[in-house]
Design a protein around this ligand. Structure first.
Ligand SMILES: [Zn+2]
Ligand SMILES: [Zn+2]
Length: 364
């Protein structure tokens, strides 16, 4: 079968023939991949910043944002049958009996670091014609979401953040029932930011999104369509934009660069929650006055929180929310996928500078 592979030893990114995986146990499902999304992590793997092949392999099949159709379900793959649509959960638990998170099925909170991630760390990913996986790592997708369900995985970042913010609100004695009514400032106009804006808006939040594109950019229209507000910023100061947005309850960072993120953190208001979702590259050191930041965190009861990966709860919330988005804002959701690339051209798409919003590789 054809797959997109990266080979660290020779620094090659290519489409090539690799052995087709076969189910090894009755709880496994064989999947025909429909498409896979491209994100910053994939591009970094193709620059060989990271990415680890499985043990015994010199190459890694990349891809972790998936949509697949079941080709064959094992006898013990309960609830799955041929033709079902599925999105695959990315992270697999470590084997340490003392890792409470992994033992509870919440490897997104793994404490040993010995988890694996399909398409990223130690296991082949989803830019391949066939993928085999245990049913417990599959999430059902309704047929009507086929066109857009490749956005489920990037949406899980926002869904996990929303669940975490919800849990954090418990610290407030006058806690509301949910994030409903909060003012959320989203930083960054990439897919993670835009999907985050949709998730918080659908949950009843007032949403402001700040990004570096001009006010005439398609992002401004997208924000208007989902009932939010777009603020063009930059070059810095982003902190000014946060201050001018009025009282902000939550900042959802989706820039992935430390200097603007820390500048925005320093502008956070009383009781504010700052959620970091980006993994910055090694370039760029934030200009931080540690004393002022500590003073602000303490005197304002602020929370700064990081979130990575997602559990099944966030995947299921993402599928449900994507259905809601499609009811309310179908054109805005469809506008997020700007580039459809055939499998043969995947290496070029992965190694050239990003353009548009979301690129997806069409596999089957
Ligand atoms: Zn990704
Ligand atoms: Zn673990």
């Amino acid at each position: 079968m054809k797959a997109v592979t990266v080979t660290p030893a020779t620094r090659r990114v290519e489409v090539r023939d690799v052995p087709e995986p076969r189910p090894q146990s009755p709880s496994q499902v064989s999947l025909r991949m429909i498409r896979a999304g491209v994100c910053g992590t994939d591009r970094e793997i193709c620059r060989f910043d990271y990415g680890t092949p499985p043990a015994g392999s010199d190459y890694l099949v990349i891809g972790h944002e998936s949509l697949a159709e079941v080709a064959e379900a094992g006898a013990e793959a309960k609830g799955w049958k041929k033709g079902d649509l599925a999105v695959l959960i990315v992270r697999r638990p470590c084997g340490d009996p003392a890792c409470d998170a992994c033992r509870a099925g919440r490897q997104d909170f793994c404490v040993t670091g010995n988890y694996t991630e399909r398409g990223i760390k130690g296991e082949h990913g989803f830019m391949a014609q066939t993928v085999v996986e245990d049913a417990r790592y599959l999430v059902h997708v309704p047929a009507e979401l086929r066109d857009v369900a490749v956005l489920v995985e990037p949406l899980t970042i926002a869904e996990k953040a929303r669940l975490e913010v919800d849990a954090m609100l418990d610290r407030m004695p006058w806690r509301r029932e949910s994030v409903n009514g909060l003012h959320v400032m989203v930083l960054g106009g990439g897919p993670v930011g835009l999907l985050g804006a949709m998730a918080f808006s659908a949950a009843g939040c007032r949403v402001t999104l700040a990004s570096r594109q001009p006010a005439t950019d398609v992002r401004a229209k997208l924000l208007e369509a989902i009932g939010g507000r777009y603020v063009p910023v930059g070059p810095p100061p982003l902190g000014e934009a946060v201050k001018q947005a009025g009282r902000v309850d939550v900042v959802y960072e989706a820039i992935g660069a430390a200097p603007p993120a820390f500048e925005a953190l320093q502008a956070l208001g009383p009781n504010g929650l700052f959620v970091f979702t980006g993994v910055p590259g090694r370039r760029g050191t934030p200009d931080v006055d540690g004393g002022a930041l500590m003073r602000s965190l303490v005197l304002n009861n602020q929370v700064a929180l990081g979130t990575v990966n997602a559990g099944r709860d966030a995947y299921e919330a993402a599928v449900a929310d994507l259905g809601r988005f499609m009811q309310r804002w179908p054109d805005a959701v469809r506008a997020l996928v700007t580039n459809h690339v055939p499998l043969a051209d995947a290496p070029k798409a992965l190694t050239s500078p990003p353009d548009g919003i979301k690129t997806v590789i069409e596999i089957g």
